[in-house]
Design a protein around this ligand. Structure first.
Ligand code: DX5
Ligand code: ZN
Length: 224
């Protein structure tokens, strides 16, 4: 099943509840929340209070994508605020296994993220403990960047490893997912699609989600 996870990074923060509700009506099944600290990435976003407020407007899983240094320091606060999924970057974790187990100890789904320049091999040893792998298809920090097609082979590689090793992590893709790129991403093997600008950048978020899910589902039908 293909799931769409709108990223609130491109939403109007003054109308966040309303925009999230519209995306849900269009068929979104996960809400992606980008957490940036101005150190790991050159931008700042939101912290636990926003997650706590979002928790009141939707029952959908809140997928917190940490783009921060020292992620272990913030996992408990986000979990207590209502995060359901927490992902940490391989590049930001000195003790990746420990960070992932810390997420799981808070009863959240644990994800590992790799930047466009980071090979799949670097997360080989944690693939058996993660619930999902997030493949960045832009360099993290900003919305509305161009999709980097060179990451597609990593999605295929992760799908191959999953079946070879009998694992069941989900594959999520983040960055530049839009009507013109969604089919390639789905055909490569991704099942959770993050989209910020394509949902909240222009037009009606509900319609945008519907359009993306339609294109994704059609692509999944011809997936080999
Ligand atoms: C990028 C963020 C993404 C971003 C995606 O650093 O992790 O989640 O919101 O936005 P689009 O879909 O606009 O590339
Ligand atoms: Zn993200």
């Amino acid at each position: 099943m293909i799931e769409l996870a709108p990223s609130i990074l491109s939403a109007d923060f003054a109308r966040l509840g309303e925009q999230v509700r519209a995306a849900c009506e269009g068929g979104a099944s996960v809400i992606h929340v980008d957490i940036m600290d101005g150190h790991f990435v050159p931008n700042l976003t939101v912290g636990p209070p926003v997650v706590k407020s979002l928790r009141k407007v939707t029952k959908l899983p809140l997928d917190c994508h940490f783009m921060i240094e020292n992620p272990d320091d913030f996992i408990p606060a986000f979990a207590e605020s209502g995060a359901d999924w927490i992902s940490v970057h391989q590049e930001a974790c000195r003790h990746l296994n420990r960070s992932l187990n810390l997420i799981k100890s808070h009863e959240c789904q644990a994800g590992v993220v790799i930047n466009p320049a980071t090979p799949v091999d670097t997360i080989s040893e944690v693939l058996d403990i993660v619930d999902y792998v997030l493949v960045m298809s832009v360099n993290p920090g900003f919305g509305a960047q161009r999709f980097i097609p060179a990451v597609l082979h990593k999605i295929r590689q992760l799908a191959h490893i999953r079946s070879q090793r009998g694992l069941n992590y989900k594959i999520e893709v983040d960055g530049g997912v839009a009507l013109d790129t969604v089919a390639d991403v789905v055909r490569a093997g991704a099942e959770i699609l993050v989209a910020g600008n394509a949902v909240f950048g222009a037009g009606d978020p509900k319609r945008n989600v519907e359009g993306l899910l339609k294109a994704a589902t059609e692509a999944a039908m011809v997936r080999v």
